[in-house]
Design a protein around this ligand. Sequence first.
Ligand code: SAM
Length: 271
Amino acid sequence: MMKFHILTLFPKMVQQGLATSILGRAAEKNLISIDAVNIRDYTQDKHGKVDDYTYGGGAGMLMQAQPVYDAYRSVAGEKKIRCVYLTPQGAPFTQKKARELSGEEELVLLCGHYEGIDERVLEEVVTDYISIGDYVLTGGELAAMVVVDAVARLVPGVLNNDESAETESFHNDLLEYPQYSRPEEWHGKKVPEVLLSGNHKKINAWRLEQSERRTEERRPDLYAKYQEKQKVIKKLSAKKRIFIHMMETLSRGLGEILYAEGKNVLIYLPE
Ligand code: SAM
């Protein structure tokens, strides 16, 4: 079971947002657990205050270190649990990061509000700074929900069909191909013939081509990465027997090319 602890001033918001559909069912089956910890419950201020003015001036209020620290300790005890602070100053969230985080047994997600959180507590508890995009939200709750959703669906058993995470967008640096369901014709548009052929080799080839075309059009940045990887795989195929493991890892979207110049190729192969 993977445990998510969300430290927030608005526990209802994340509890309600994450309790339905696939994640709700996953929690019922004990594949994941999501608990929302109200930071306000841990303030030592007798009026329940959790924020104050920033030193040095400037607009807005800042969440204070003490309640955040004690909320984190209430979850982690003396242990150190990986703790993600959702912030526009973080590294952009990606499918790769979601995959990495899904390997953890427990994860703390810290949501800021107002102008953010006192830097000193961040230094003590945060292990990862993650942004969900280059824009500013009013709080970290929506961002935490995005991260929990993307990570939880990679926990084994959460998706009924484990294969779907292997073929969908971003896997292997490609966007997913277009998909169709019944009826065969709708608004005069027919489902591409090949998908009705039952020939899986042809279907896979069509899907790959569509994925490549779509990625090139919509995400040229990803497509450049994909092309670079294909070039390296081609290079390795000259000595296929020696490099088969590397080729396999790269084409399954698991390894990363760290450096590729002339004959020198450096690849990161996870365990
Ligand atoms: N003053 C902060 C700054 O300029 O970096 C922004 C604070 S924002 C108004 C309040 C909270 O929303 C942040 O502490 C963070 O938890 C969350 N937040 C805002 N934008 C975000 C984003 N793009 N990704 C993740 N979290 C975000």
